[in-house]
Design a protein around this ligand. Structure first.
Ligand code: MN
Ligand code: ZN
Length: 339
């Protein structure tokens, strides 16, 4: 079967690999139908994702159809449409024991530490498969994974209806977070450097927007929060200065969420954290959030249809990644499809 392998940074190859067989543990064989290209996949391709190891078959936004089931499978049958959990964990370390397997000491993420979904077939445990609603196409269903990442960060932030939320960065990550956050609170400020993205954020439920190239972030956030500052700030820009900016924009007793993967040192200021008693928290991947995302779709609260702007067949993965690099403004989300 065919697969897309990142041999080493900046070298993408279509390889032939052995089709997986099901066993006791990986008891469901899935024929892939769609796989998303995420910013982190691009990072692995370019060698800027600190977590990745090479060579790697990437792809962690994995949608397919059940092809074959093994012994012990009770809830799935051939033909079922599923999305696959990318997180695998050991189940016995400290984080696993306290129910936080997404930061397992022995974490293995499909498409990052172990081979992922840019291949025709993948074998996984039944417990990692989530049935898709009929209302969503295979291609659009890849967006369920980014949605789980957004649910995770809002949950780690303990976002409530009374919060005044600042989402810093309105790219793919920030707009997914906005889609979830607006279900939980009304007072949402989105900051970015591009007016078009801010306009889209407004249409999608942001109450206020700030263009940080034209306006002073801290001043504007204060203005939009009755002088207090945001009560929750989520960093979906993940730039060199973003954490410091959010420490400044967040009010006393607030929470500041980091989501970046850069290992470059960044300047922070202890006094800001101490004097305001800020909680600075990381949010990584997602902790069994697929069920939550699918429930929101079924309840009609979340519509992911039409988010994918471009599709490329698996064999044209190079073209797809080159297209991402072109930063074409029409790109919203790209999916690889399978014959
Ligand atoms: Mn992703
Ligand atoms: Zn563990």
């Amino acid at each position: 079967m065919k697969a897309v392998q990142i041999v080493k940074p900046n070298e993408l190859k279509i390889i032939d690999m052995e089709k997986p067989v099901i066993d006791e543990k990986n008891n469901v064989l899935i024929k892939m139908t769609a796989a998303g290209i995420c910013g982190s996949d691009v990072g692995i391709y370019h060698g800027t994702n600190a977590a990745a190891t090479y060579p790697r078959v990437i792809g962690h936004e994995m949608v397919g159809r059940v092809d074959q089931v093994g012994p012990g499978v009770s809830g799935l049958k051939p033909g079922d449409r599923v999305i696959v959990n990318q997180v695998t964990n050991c189940g016995h370390c400290y984080p696993c024991k306290i129910g936080r397997g997404n930061v397992c000491d022995n974490l293995a993420v499909r498409g990052v530490h172990i081979d992922g979904g840019y291949r025709e077939f993948i074998a996984v445990p039944e417990s990692d498969c989530y049935l898709l609603p009929d209302s969503i196409s295979d291609t659009d269903a890849i967006m369920i994974e980014p949605t789980t990442i957004a649910i995770q960060s809002c949950s780690r932030a303990e976002l409530t209806k009374d919060d005044m939320l600042l989402i810093f960065g309105s790219g793919a990550l920030g707009s997914s977070i906005l889609k979830i956050a607006r279900l939980m609170c009304d007072h949402i400020i989105v900051a970015d450097i591009m007016d078009e993205k801010l306009e889209a954020a407004k249409e999608n439920g942001a109450k206020y927007t700030i263009n940080v190239l034209k306006e002073d972030l801290v001043e504007k956030v204060k203005e939009y929060t009755f002088g207090h500052g945001s009560t929750v700030s989520i960093d979906s820009a993940c730039t060199k200065d973003s954490l410091m900016s959010l420490l400044k924009a967040t009010g006393n007793a607030g929470r500041v969420m980091t989501m970046g993967f850069s290992v470059a040192p960044t300047e922070v200021n202890q006094f800001l954290i101490t004097s305001k008693e800020l909680d600075v928290r990381g949010s990584r991947l997602q902790n069994k959030r697929f069920g939550d995302a699918i429930r929101l779709i079924n309840e009609g609260k979340l519509d992911l249809n039409g988010t994918v702007s471009h599709t490329f067949p698996l064999e044209k993965a190079q073209e797809a990644f080159d297209f991402v690099d072109s930063r074409d403004p029409s790109i919203r989300k790209i999916a690889l499809t399978f014959a």
